[in-house]
Design a protein around this ligand. Structure first.
Ligand code: SF4
Length: 108
């Protein structure tokens, strides 16, 4: 995750996918390219893409994507609706978003 964060911070383009990805490659739930919690993750991914107006395979800069998530999901109070049943929800609900300052960024 730290490695991917360093890549993201270079504002490289990202391409959202509805299957296991680069981040999953180090996750114990990634069983040969299939996530053990696939149903839940697919539900989250679809909800996020729908909320920010993107589709699987769209290419967008990490900064633009993050700004859009911040504005359309976090600032609108939709995070808990989208992924409130995640095992890490308690942590996310207490922690301030590191991307909060990106709200209002001119994306796309
Ligand atoms: S839980 Fe599933 S979707 Fe999440 S990082 Fe692990 S393999 Fe990927």
């Amino acid at each position: 995750m730290q490695e991917m964060l360093e890549v993201f911070l270079q504002d490289r383009d990202v391409v959202p996918v509805l299957k296991t990805d680069e981040i999953c490659s180090a996750c114990p739930n990634d069983q040969g390219g299939i996530c053990e919690t696939e149903e839940k993750v697919l539900r989250y991914d679809r909800a996020v893409l729908g909320a920010v107006g993107l589709s699987e395979g769209d290419r967008v800069s990490f900064r633009s994507f993050t700004a859009k998530v911040q504005e359309k999901i976090i600032a609108e109070g939709l995070r808990e609706k989208i992924c409130g049943d995640c095992q890490w929800n308690e942590i996310c609900s207490r922690k301030q978003s590191r991307w909060e300052s990106l709200t209002g960024f001119d994306y796309f």
